[in-house]
Design a protein around this ligand. Structure first.
Ligand code: EPS
Length: 404
């Protein structure tokens, strides 16, 4: 569903490295490894992360597409080393034949006919999201040139719900989320979330949760209502749903809106000093699959991590015997980390939508085009208030006069 950008990732969780190629990025964008490493470090932080995060220290190598500190317009090639690989490279790998419920173990083995489930988990692992975050950081760098920022915070962990004061500005939510390792902007709720995660870890179990990803200063008019795969709503939902363990997504408070009446939900339209404004944003920044210019608010539900210390019932596919799962090192809580991945996926979709709207191949070319975008101003709308006719060149349908 990307129209201007393309990206591919490759790599196994415990293989030597992860690789990514981003194609379609404009030329002339200032970019350093530090821009990417900042988000890679943010993705690594979580209360309830497994032992792997003590091993990995994600630092990207930019191998192509960036010269003298600026993108060239050529494909950008990125590499991340898996430090854990050294623990696996010379080892005999014990057979893994008992699929973990909830993981891709069973479904991927059915699809690909694997003789060992490790071949499934190596690529299904959320380790791959490190590369999404790296690509997303480049897209954020582009968006930042136009004042667009993206942040995230966690609103629910293991059933503990944070009540965020509705008047707390998004920038403050983002900043406060950075201050703790559950990424929750409300300190009391953050403490309750940590306690909940601790309890669940003691009970040898795992948690899921809900996070919000928000884009600020997005211009109106990105995306389109005219076709299903051009609706930005659909493109955002698909991107967020592609993140490991995400099983639900909503734009704005969509499920709550579904319980209300139309007059309680829709964001009424006002005119203030020549500008078209809204006093609410229950649409989550999108109407008709097009940006309204208000914050884009995406909420995502993450299922609990499917690798649990407490065994779950399963079947040994080698013997056909009923049995229980064996533990593989994993996370107990990955919601804070998934939120950072959500930022990346939203950044990729929005950078793509912006490039689609603006056209052009270099930052220099984009700047005046961005400045000339139609805004939510009455003067930007060419309404001429005159009657008109459909005027299709269609003589197969009788007119109302002929029908009487
Ligand atoms: C993951 C299992 C864990 C996580 C991993 C995702 O890895 P391991 O089995 O090596 O302990 O740490 O996430 C990452 C390595 C990462 O960088 O996010 C899984 O099964 O999806």
């Amino acid at each position: 569903m990307l129209t201007r950008l393309r990206f591919l990732t490759a790599g196994e969780s415990h293989g030597p490295a992860l690789i990514a190629i981003l194609e379609g990025m404009i030329a002339g964008l200032p970019l350093t490894a530090a821009d990417i490493n900042r988000d890679l470090a943010r993705r690594q932080k979580a209360y309830g992360a497994g032992g792997r995060m003590k091993i990995e220290k994600d630092r990207v190598r930019i191998l192509a597409g960036v010269m003298a500190g600026h993108t060239t317009g050529g494909p950008i090639a990125l590499m991340l080393t898996n430090r854990d690989y050294r623990h696996w490279r010379d080892r005999d790998i014990p057979p893994m034949t008992v699929p973990r419920p909830g993981h891709a173990d069973l479904t991927a083995a059915v699809k690909y006919g694997y003789r060992d489930l490790r071949l499934a988990l190596e690529r299904a692992s959320a380790r791959e999201t490190a590369m999404r975050v790296a690509i997303g950081a480049i897209c954020k760098r582009l968006l930042a040139e136009f004042g667009i920022t993206i942040g995230s915070y966690v609103v629910e962990t293991g059933g503990v719900v944070a009540t965020i004061p509705p008047d707390m500005p998004y920038e403050e939510r983002f900043a406060r989320a950075e201050e703790n390792d559950v990424r929750c902007p409300v300190p009391e709720a953050a403490e309750a979330m940590r306690r909940r995660v601790w309890e669940v870890m003691q009970a040898r179990d795992t948690v899921g949760g809900v996070f919000e990803v928000v884009a600020l200063n997005i211009p109106p008019g990105l995306g389109s209502h005219v076709h299903w795969d051009r609706r930005l709503t659909a493109r955002i939902a698909a991107a967020i749903m592609s993140i490991h363990a995400i099983k639900g997504v909503e734009i704005g408070p969509a499920f709550d809106n579904a319980r209300r009446t139309g007059t309680q939900v829709h964001d009424e339209i006002f005119l203030a000093e020549g500008r078209i404004v809204r006093e609410s944003n229950r649409a989550g920044g999108l109407e008709g699959g097009i940006t309204t210019g208000q914050p884009i608010v995406v909420r995502a539900a993450m299922k609990p991590i499917s690798t649990t210390l407490t065994p779950l019932r399963s079947v040994d596919l080698a013997t056909g015997e009923p049995t229980t799962t064996r533990y593989e090192r994993s996370d107990f809580n990955a919601v804070p980390r998934a939120a950072v991945v959500g930022e990346a996926m939203l950044a990729i979709v929005l950078a793509d939508a912006l490039l689609e709207k603006l056209g052009g191949d270099s930052l220099e070319e984009l700047r005046p085009r961005f400045a000339a975008l139609r805004q939510m101003r009455l003067t930007d709308l060419p309404m001429d208030n005159t009657p008109w006719r459909f005027g299709y060149d269609d003589d197969t349908t009788p007119s109302s006069e002929e029908h009487g």
